[in-house]
Design a protein around this ligand. Structure first.
Ligand code: SAH
Ligand code: SF4
Length: 430
């Protein structure tokens, strides 16, 4: 969501004549787009702002945008004197005017929610050349007790289906063949007329679109209609990122996730019955207040039962103002115990994915070339429909192509592969 917001901001700045540069040194305007989900994310922003203060060109305008800007508002202006604008997730329209003000020496802030704001007239400047992030919903109406998002992004609202279809057509006409629909509980999408099932069918019907993904769905919003649409729309990929958070019904209740362990497993079963080749990934929090060894064992047992392909794992991070910070202090799980649980969880997930991935060596699969691999040496980062990463030899000219590869090696989590057959590239514009 933050990448997508950055793309919107770059878009509006480009429309106002700004040219983006690769490095903050020498820039006239520096915008730090932030996340507030865990304290660690905010500490990194504070570190980055300190670096900028030391290295930025004298007189440069520094702005802080996104969730941390929304959360801290005027406190940021008080504490960081070199920051001259602070803009929350609904205020990007004000960005050019506030930058102009800042260049005249003013300091500005925009942290009011605007429930009508969907940035429909913005032309995002996309970082990615192969797949497009398309926000379909802003904000969140769930109130998970650990989570700052409802405070920083405000209430849930959906874009109109026709607008999402238009944006999808535009990106496909521009040469992309994959879109990722974004929302905090993306499958609760409803524009007043159409639900997420309608949206999947409409987007899946865009000519030239080959891969359709979405993130993150909430287990409670997988209605039969949505599951049916997923199973019947060819472009919908065989991968769902399904945040679980905990495998203990007791902890889930304290988290106000609104499902039980059984409810989560039932959702998994329904998805797998509809889409047999489905691969699942998840998010898990350890060390939530009151989590006992037994609760954590239940989390491990669901992880084993579901056989997630991968998991994002987090230590609970208390966020000011959220209900979880008001739970009795004796429920606090020590950092030592949380770290130990995190390590065991990561080991369990890795061990299972390594075993499964070793079993896939020698098989063939379709991949889409997403980008050059970071480690260089003429390797490409490609992905399967079910979200496995496969490194294959090749050059930048192959970005956006679909290839058939044979999986030849695995580090446990990612694969290396050899190209078996090159497919027709889709026409890439520009
Ligand atoms: N809307 C998405 C999650 C967005 S936040 C959803 O509900 O699925 C991404 C992940 O960060 C969450 O799934 C959760 O695992 C983690 N997270 C959120 N708040 C957290 C906190 N206070 N401490 C630790 N992890 C947290
Ligand atoms: Fe946060 Fe829960 Fe909303 Fe996800 S569903 S953004 S975890 S409140």
């Amino acid at each position: 969501m933050n990448v997508s917001d950055s793309e919107l901001m770059l878009g509006t700045l480009a429309a106002h004549g700004y040219v983006s540069v690769d490095h903050p040194d020498g820039a006239d305007v520096i915008i730090v787009n932030t996340c507030a989900i865990r304290d660690h994310a905010e500490q990194r922003v504070i570190g980055r702002l300190g670096e900028l203060r030391r290295n930025m060109k004298p007189g440069a305008v520094v702005g802080v945008t996104g969730c941390m800007a929304q959360r801290l508002g005027p406190q940021l202006l008080d504490k960081a004197k070199h920051v001259s604008l602070v803009i929350g997730p609904d205020g990007y329209r004000a960005l050019p005017a506030l930058i102009e003000g800042a260049r005249r020496g003013e300091r500005g802030i925009h942290t009011t929610f605007d429930l009508e704001e969907q940035y429909e007239d913005f032309q995002p400047r996309r970082f990615d050349r192969v797949k497009a992030w398309i926000p379909v919903q802003r904000g969140c109406d769930y109130k998970c007790t650990y989570c700052i998002v409802p405070t920083t992004r405000g209430p849930e609202r959906s874009r109109k289906l026709a607008d999402v279809v238009r944006e999808t057509r535009d990106v496909v006409a521009g040469g992309m063949s994959e879109v990722v629909l974004l929302g905090q509980t993306v499958n609760s999408y409803h524009d007043g007329e159409h639900d997420f099932a309608d949206l999947l069918r409409a987007i899946g019907g865009v000519d030239g679109l080959r891969r359709l993904r979405f993130t993150s769905p909430h287990p409670n919003d997988f209605t039969e209609r949505v599951v049916d649409a997923m199973a019947s729309v060819d472009a919908v990929c065989e991968h769902v990122h399904l945040p679980m958070q905990s495998g203990s019904s007791r902890i889930l209740k304290r988290m106000l996730r609104r499902y039980t362990r059984e409810g989560y497993l039932d959702c998994v079963a329904r998805l797998r019955a509809a889409i047999p080749a489905l691969s699942l990934t998840t998010d898990v929090i350890v060390g939530f207040p009151g989590e006992t060894d037994e609760d954590f064992d239940e989390t491990l047992s669901v992880v084993r039962e579901v056989e997630f392909a991968d998991a994002f794992t987090f230590k609970f991070s208390p966020r000011d103002g959220t209900p979880a910070t008001r739970m009795p202090p004796e429920l606090t799980v020590s950092d030592e115990i949380a770290s130990e649980r995190l390590a065991r969880l990561v080991e369990t997930v890795r061990g299972m994915s390594r075993a499964r991935n070793l079993g896939l060596l020698g098989t063939r699969t379709e991949v889409l070339v997403e980008r050059e691999a970071k480690r260089g040496d003429a390797m490409l980062m490609t992905r399967t429909r079910d979200f496995k990463t496969v490194l294959v030899p090749g050059t930048e000219a192959m970005l956006g192509e679909y290839l058939t590869v044979e999986l030849t090696g695995t580090t446990g989590s990612t694969f290396t592969g050899q190209i078996v057959r090159e497919r027709q590239p889709l026409p890439m514009a520009g």
